[in-house]
Design a protein around this ligand. Structure first.
Ligand SMILES: Nc1ncnc2c1ncn2[C@@H]1O[C@H](COP(=O)(O)OP(=O)(O)OP(=O)(O)O)[C@@H](O)[C@H]1O
Ligand SMILES: N[C@@H](CCO)C(=O)O
Length: 320
């Protein structure tokens, strides 16, 4: 029996909770924005990985350099640690729909889809919390430090706040139902590790106070269902001032979106994708058109009108 698992794109940080907030995205036109992984028992007795999809060309040529293989090794080791050593190897297919270094949680999407598929295939040996811990570790291998703000929303859906306590890595926050997100990827790539390395090691007292106030107000406003206040609190003093120089046309885009009635504008994860929040579907469609005409740099770029994906990672198909 085989399975096909889909893991949605995500916005790390949400511009107000660096490394500790993230949201999963779902295009409102019903299309899928995320990687998927198919899995079945190997007929040769060896692990195999085949990669297909629009953004496959920038993946490492050797499947054993793909993060999916590291997920498989980590999963098998964890199973061996619980005494399961005689399991049959698997054949996996990765459909790579998220561009690498996009700010859409591309590696997270592959990692989460892979672990979820492995867990389903081997009869769910691990709990949600155990899987999330493994996902975070693998994401940390790629970007240089463990952060869950892509893997947690990608896996669990919704808006996630990282608690990072034993067994409670992440918890869901309330979602503002009438928020529309325009998510635009300009078509260039930014390495997460590099985008982290340009951030300051120290912040001023004023920045720390502002950051605490914006984040506290944001979470308070979500619990009150006050979308206006929540969106107004989306202000980034930690990353945007330093990272926006890596994104061509960022300031002009922000100015245009605010003039067009955006409630908030920010960098998606470590960029170069950006997100815009509005409470009007019509405005979101207009902003999406503007992004396509003005922000996207080449034919690899794209834009989508999305809402929060509350389902998270799921099985799309089971085959006999
Ligand atoms: N399945 C995979 N998906 C994405 N990246 C992979 C995968 N397998 C290996 N890699 C490697 O991992 C690195 C991912 O880099 P990085 O963390 O900057 O990108 P990302 O996770 O795609 O970024 P973002 O979260 O901004 O979308 C690249 O060097 C890429 O070649
Ligand atoms: N929180 C991470 C997300 C990376 O996608 C960062 O901004 O570096």
């Amino acid at each position: 029996m085989g399975l096909n698992v889909y893991a949605p794109a995500s916005i790390g940080n949400l511009s107000v909770g660096f490394d500790i907030l993230g949201a999963a995205l779902s295009p409102i036109d019903g299309s899928l924005l995320g990687d998927s992984v198919s899995i079945e028992s190997s007929t040769t007795g060896d692990f195999s990985l085949q990669c297909v999809g629009r953004f496959v060309d920038k993946l490492p040529a050797d499947p054993k350099q793909n993060i999916i293989y590291d997920c498989y090794l980590a999963f098998r080791k964890a199973m061996a640690d619980m005494g399961r050593t005689d399991e049959v190897a698997v054949s996996m297919v990765l459909e790579k729909h998220l561009p690498i270094g996009s700010g859409l949680g591309s590696s997270a999407s592959s990692i989460v889809a892979a672990f979820y598929a492995l867990n389903e295939h081997y009869g769910k040996p691990f709990s949600e919390a155990q899987l999330l811990a493994m996902m975070g570790e693998l994401e940390g291998q790629i970007s240089g430090s463990i952060h869950y703000d892509n893997v947690a929303p990608c896996y669990l859906g919704g808006i996630q706040l990282m608690l990072e306590r034993d067994g409670r890595i992440s918890e869901s926050l309330p979602v503002i139902e009438d928020w529309y997100f325009v998510s635009a990827y300009p078509g260039i790539s930014i390495s997460t590790a590099e985008a982290r390395s340009i951030l300051p090691n120290h912040y001023s007292r004023a920045d720390i106070i502002d950051h605490g106030r914006y984040l506290g107000t944001f979470i308070h406003a979500l619990y009150r269902g006050d979308g206006q206040l929540a969106a107004e609190s989306i202000r980034d003093v930690v990353a945007e001032p330093y990272r926006k120089q890596l994104i061509p046309g960022f300031d002009a885009m922000r100015e245009q979106m605010m003039a067009d009635g955006a409630l908030a504008v920010g960098i998606s994860g470590s960029g170069p994708s950006v997100f815009v929040i509005t409470d009007s579907k019509e405005k979101a469609e207009q902003m999406h058109q503007w992004m396509q005409a003005n922000f996207i740099q080449n034919d690899r770029g794209f834009s989508h009108v999305c809402q929060i994906d509350t389902l998270g990672t799921r099985v799309l198909e089971e085959t006999a």
